[in-house]
Design a binder for this molecule. Structure first.
Ligand code: NAX
Length: 329
């Protein structure tokens, strides 16, 4: 048998977990490679019972690619020899809670989980979904000792997918016709979805959607505020779409990126596009399909767009300041 891929998922008993686990196990994400799921949730009876229930349902699907499913309440056990770790679990933002309070509330989770990630496989890759995901990713990476910073990612793929859907609807084309959208910066309301370099059926998007006021105004605002709009409509935060984006992110990195295209992921900043170093910020990325990635260079941004990118990166610097005591050097 081919060596199974070990995929750890935290917060696996939560609402994103309920959409995510089935697609990780089904063969959709890793093709024919056998999968072992290593699931983590809180060490409290209610969470563990729910986790067991979800694991039962995953088992009941009878996926041919699933060769193991393990439930844990200890991150060290959950991450042991993991090839991928999807860090979904964190505390939700309570009513009236400031972003800085949420950061302080969730930061310590990612210190402990960062330590535990040292027990992952030598090719471990980590995707942080739990919010505030860029800064949680920074904390986890800073506490993961020998694991290279380039193995950590925070999820902005949902923002990219949201942008694609908005642009396709506006242009009256399908999602598949829209390519080369980049989300820059933080997964927060400051994020900037770049349309200036996007394409529709291979042509510059701005030659098809010529309504500049809509692009700079309603479009950017719709993507930035989509999370809130979902909560208002559904009474709960995005779950299936977030899980779907996490699957997209893993597939993007497992496969070679089609020539001329790219995808968005928050990565350890290499200074591209004037992003400050020392943060996880979203950039246009291509994958070599062998575990490596690089940042697409040479995209032209207007001064207006550069201002947006700077603002979202400034927010990340401010978030880093709030958690500086949690970052080892
Ligand atoms: P739920 O509250 O449904 O589930 C979270 C699960 O995590 C629960 O089962 C909880 O017991 C568990 N958990 C909490 N602390 C834990 C810890 N220290 N170790 C292990 N498990 C722990 O939330 P859900 O809707 O699944 O969302 C999870 C996270 O994703 C939230 O932080 C949410 O804000 C974030 N999101 C991120 C998105 C992104 O694009 N990056 C979009 C969707 C979502 O908002």
């Amino acid at each position: 048998m081919t060596t199974p891929i070990r995929v750890a998922v935290t917060g696996a008993a939560g609402q994103i977990g309920y959409s995510l686990l089935f697609r990780l196990a089904s063969g959709e994400t890793f093709g024919n490679r056998p999968v072992i799921l290593q699931l983590l949730d809180l060490p409290i009876a209610e969470a563990q019972k729910k986790l067991e229930g979800v694991a039962m349902e995953v088992a009941d699907c009878g996926f041919k690619s699933l060769v193991g499913i393990e439930c844990y309440d200890d991150p060290k056990k959950a991450f042991a020899n993991a090839n991928w770790a999807l860090l979904v679990g964190s505390k939700p933002r309570g009513p009236g809670m400031a972003r800085a309070d949420l950061i302080r509330e969730n930061g310590p989770i990612f210190v402990g989980q960062g330590n535990a990630l040292e027990g992952g496989a030598s090719d471990l890759r980590v995707l942080v979904v739990g919010n505030p995901c860029n800064t949680n990713c920074l904390i986890a990476a800073a506490n993961a000792g020998s694991v290279p910073k380039e193995r950590f990612f925070a999820m902005t793929r949902l923002d990219e997918n949201r942008a694609v859907a908005q642009l396709a609807a506006k242009a009256g084309v399908t999602n598949a016709d829209i390519t080369n959208v980049t989300v820059f910066g933080n997964h927060s309301e400051s994020m900037y979805p770049d349309f200036e370099n996007a394409r529709i059926k291979g042509k510059p998007l701005t030659s098809v959607i010529t309504d500049a006021a809509w692009l700079q105004g309603d479009f950017v605002a719709a993507v930035q505020n989509r999370g809130k709009a979902i909560i208002a409509a559904r009474g709960a935060s995005s779950a299936a779409s977030a899980a779907s984006a996490a699957i997209d992110h893993v597939k993007d990195l497992e496969n070679v990126t089609p020539k001329g295209e790219w995808f968005s992921a928050a990565i350890w900043s290499d200074g591209s596009y004037d992003a400050p170093k020392g943060i996880y910020t979203s950039l246009p990325v291509i994958s070599d399909g062998k575990g490596g990635y690089s940042v697409v260079q040479g995209l032209e941004l207007s001064d207006w767009a550069k201002g947006k990118v700077k603002a979202t990166n400034d927010e990340l610097l401010a978030e880093r300041e709030v958690v500086k005591d949690l970052l080892k050097h």
